[in-house]
Design a protein around this ligand. Structure first.
Ligand code: NDP
Ligand code: MG
Length: 381
């Protein structure tokens, strides 16, 4: 393949866990893809070294930084500039949090494929995002491993052939802890994820199971399946990435060693598959038993709270998401107990979940109100 026929990729959040995994994939697949735009929030040193390696046409850093070259884009607008770069056919959105929404919308409005890791975008504004994709010819392809698994199991089947989606959850570091142990969990405890190496926000979301609630809402929007036909099962080995049960009772699952490089590559090449040797083969004998458990909802209230916010609709999912972002930041800063995350989020959803959510401005207002609510919340129930 010649250089000119390579597919241009804009990578937002290049310095993060997904961002650096994506660059490993892009480096291996350099015959097919070329990074044309890279952005980071504040880590200009890591970004500069990526720029040296990949020589993208556009570079953006959100935070003001005196050491950043004058040629780099700056401010939050740099995400939209990168996402709408004329040479980018695919935009990998690997930014964390609601900050990724304007770039997702802009890329879809420009008719691009968005390889979406930034699940908060779909939770906050699922209808606006899916409508933008439908109206402007863009497409939304999940990077999240569960949703990539579902997409692979569906492989072109029609929506009416789906009986049920089953998302798997590792259960996080507190899967077998008692309520008392969980209530006393420290930041270090919560950051020790058993099967995945990820950024700190999603690692805490995996410990509370908020991540699985965000994923249920994400699945609802991506695949158009109602909430009462999306289930969650705990699968501690993280080998089966999700299941689809079809109307005839047959169940398909997608499996593989836990590495985000697989779903990142698939989001780039979907619906095709390409040769890639970046991830070790799955060895069923060496791996041994694959086990499944029911979710312990009483110990992990963030899962039910989030699914209820999704069912409520309107601004409720945006409130849940924003409240969770602030509560997690407070927990990571040592300003909130682990159990305080659910207290803050429950309080925000019950006070603000009824706010209007029918436009981008309305959702942004609900997001801001939820952030202020949690900043001011004492954290106790
Ligand atoms: P990280 O915290 O590791 O990385 C986040 C990236 O986004 C960094 O490049 C960071 O820049 C940048 N960033 C942070 N805040 C902002 C902001 N306000 N505006 C613009 N850029 C920002 O996160 P992850 O890679 O773990 O996660 C990214 C997204 O992918 C999340 O939505 C997460 O839920 C999702 N995801 C992650 C998985 C994983 O395995 N990590 C799995 C499935 C989904 P800087 O480095 O300069 O701070
Ligand atoms: Mg996931």
């Amino acid at each position: 393949m010649s250089v000119t026929s390579r597919v241009g990729v804009a990578l937002l959040g290049a310095t993060g866990s997904i961002g650096t995994s994506a660059l490993r994939v892009l480096e291996r697949q350099r015959e097919r893809f070329t990074p044309v735009a890279l952005t980071a929030y504040g880590n200009h040193v890591a970004l500069a070294s990526q720029v040296k390696q990949f020589a993208p046409d556009y570079v953006g850093l959100v935070q003001e930084c005196p050491d950043a070259p004058a040629s780099w884009g700056r401010g939050a607008e740099c995400l939209v500039e990168a996402a709408t770069h004329p040479d980018a056919q695919i935009v990998i959105n690997a930014v964390v949090g609601a900050a990724g929404l304007p770039a997702t919308l802009a890329a879809l409005q420009a008719g691009k494929r968005v390889a979406l890791a930034n699940k908060e975008t779909l939770v906050m504004a699922g209808e606006l995002v899916t409508r933008a994709a439908a109206q402007h010819g863009g497409s939304l392809v999940p990077v999240d491993s569960e949703h990539s698994a579902i997409l692979q199991c569906l492989a072109g089947r029609e929506r009416h052939e789906i009986r049920r989606l089953v998302l798997t959850a590792s259960g996080g570091p507190f899967r077998s802890w008692s309520s008392e142990q969980i209530a006393a969990a420290t930041v270090d405890d919560a950051l020790k994820h058993p099967t995945w190496q990820m950024g700190s926000k999603i690692t805490i979301d995996s410990a509370t199971l908020a991540n699985k609630a965000l994923e249920v809402i994400e699945a609802h929007h991506l695949f158009g399946v109602p909430y009462d036909r999306i289930d969650v099962v705990v699968h501690p080995q993280s080998i089966i990435h999700s299941f689809v049960e079809f109307v005839d009772g047959s169940v398909l699952a997608q499996m593989g060693v836990p590495s985000m490089e697989l779903p990142i590559l698939y989001a780039l090449t979907w619906p095709e598959r390409v040769q890639d040797n970046g991830v070790p083969s799955y060895d069923p004998v060496a791996q041994g038993a694959l086990t499944f458990e029911a979710v312990r909802h009483a110990e992990f209230p963030m899962l039910r709270l989030g699914i209820a916010a999704g069912r409520q609709g309107g601004a409720a999912p945006a409130v849940y998401n924003a409240a969770n972002e602030v509560a997690v930041a407070r927990f990571l800063d040592g300003n909130l107990r682990f159990a305080g995350i659910a207290n803050c989020v429950a309080s925000a959803v019950s006070s603000l979940g009824h706010m209007p959510g029918d436009s981008l401005d309305a959702l942004l207002a609900a997001d801001a109100a939820a952030r202020a609510h949690v900043q001011a919340h004492p954290g106790e129930s």
